[in-house]
Design a protein around this ligand. Structure first.
Ligand SMILES: NC(=O)c1ccc[n+]([C@@H]2O[C@H](COP(=O)([O-])OP(=O)(O)OC[C@H]3O[C@@H](n4cnc5c(N)ncnc54)[C@H](OP(=O)(O)O)[C@@H]3O)[C@@H](O)[C@H]2O)c1
Length: 367
């Protein structure tokens, strides 16, 4: 394929791990934006392979054909395993796929939620490939793996792991490469918890809000995976490590909003019983209101340690004014002082995340 002036398109070869909500949205975006990417960037995305948790579809030549890509999309839209396609190679795990397809210049894109992809990402860098992560897990385990996966900015991007499409990680990287020093970061990094907190602040009952958000697909399949604070804790750790601090998850104090007795019951039972937390939450909201404050689930990230949990904030502060599922990051540095750098906006959503992943891929390919 060529651009209008006859120049050949620059290939953007990639391998996708994970064809769930984000991976699928990315595949559709690649198809939809094909002409846009060609005419504006002179780039043609070549899909070398797509994998789910059980198997992989690998291109015979440089790229899966449009027809093969359509088959993958249809299959995963129906939530069927890729193993059901005749073009699938069974038993090809992430490391084998990386070794087979991720030579120099190929981008391995991790859109899984798995803690098992670290070695494939590491191996890709070792053999000259590049990596993009939407998956927080490999960046929040061993610090040494975090370092290996993030130290070469020419070959690695993980922008969507915090704040989805918001430019939080890239801002942090620019702050550090300028020689400035991060002092602390505060903010709200869960669209779901942001939505829940602003809804109860408006007087809506906690149980009803959780059940409504779950029914609309705004929460994780099990809302306790949002309410336990671990996803925010992982984001806080990525921000801390991105600020240059050698911390681990054990350095993040996490306030779990799910009481112990509701932790291990079935999802259905939990949804029935979540209203029992009503009294506790409305009392806290009321107490905040009397002090001119709002209740938020916020993160504080500092070298001395991090905390994620319920926090009273002034209603007129940026966090207090936050609405809906917006995220907010206030980055305090030696130069951004006394006023912090503030980044705010939609910080969640499958399509926004897929768009951010595509942007990360393009940045790596265009160099
Ligand atoms: N949704 C958002 O707004 C958002 C925002 C920022 C970041 N993220 C992150 O993006 C990632 C993807 O989220 P999602 O909502 O798309 O998750 P998802 O719907 O659960 O999809 C995960 C996909 O990964 C596949 N998978 C699991 N283990 C694998 C392995 N070892 N090798 C290859 N594929 C594997 C799954 O395969 P099967 O299909 O076989 O199960 C599935 O296709 C997560 O890490 C999430 O935290 C999401």
């Amino acid at each position: 394929m060529q651009i209008g002036d006859g120049k050949p398109l620059k290939p953007a070869p990639m391998v996708l791990l994970g064809a769930g909500a984000v991976g699928l949205s990315l595949l559709k975006r690649i198809l939809e934006k094909r002409d846009y990417l060609a005419s504006n960037y002179g780039v043609s995305v070549q899909l070398r392979a797509v994998a789910d948790s059980q198997s992989a579809v690998i291109a015979r030549g440089d790229s899966l054909s449009q027809e093969e890509l359509h088959q993958v999309i249809v299959m995963k839209q129906k939530r069927f395993p890729l193993a059901g396609l005749s073009i699938t190679q069974p038993g090809c795990g992430p490391v084998e796929l990386a070794e087979k397809c991720c030579e120099r210049g190929v981008v391995l894109v991790d859109c899984t939620a798995s803690s098992q992809t670290g070695e494939a990402l590491r191996r890709t860098l070792e053999i000259g490939g590049k990596i993009v992560l939407a998956n927080k897990m490999p960046l929040t385990g061993e610090y040494s793996l975090y370092r290996e996966l993030t130290e070469d900015l020419g070959r690695s991007r993980w922008e969507t792991t915090v704040g989805s499409l918001l430019p939080v990680i890239s801002s942090l990287n620019r702050i550090r490469s300028s020689g400035d020093r991060v002092l602390r970061i505060t903010g709200s990094f869960s669209g779901t918890l942001g939505f829940l907190m602003t809804s109860i602040q408006e007087g809506k009952p906690f149980g009803e809000v959780v059940r409504g958000a779950h029914a609309l697909g705004y929460t994780e399949p099990d809302p306790r995976d949002d309410l336990n604070g671990m996803d925010v804790a992982r984001k806080a750790l990525i921000l801390a490590r991105g600020s240059g601090w050698e911390l681990g998850l054990e350095d993040v104090e996490v306030e779990n909003l799910v009481p112990q007795e509701l932790e291990h019951i079935s999802l259905q039972k939990f949804l029935e019983k979540v209203g029992e937390l009503e009294g506790e939450f409305s009392a806290r909201v009321e107490q905040c209101r009397r002090n001119g404050h709002a209740l938020r689930y916020a993160a504080t990230v500092a070298n001395e340690g991090c905390r994620v949990g319920l926090t009273d904030v002034d209603v007129m502060s940026p966090l207090g004014r936050l609405k809906g599922n917006d995220n907010l990051a206030e980055i305090h540095t030696e130069l951004f002082s006394p006023n912090p750098l503030v980044i705010q906006g939609r910080g969640a959503g499958v399509d926004a995340t897929a768009a951010g992943v595509l942007s990360d891929i393009l940045e790596l390919v265009l160099g």
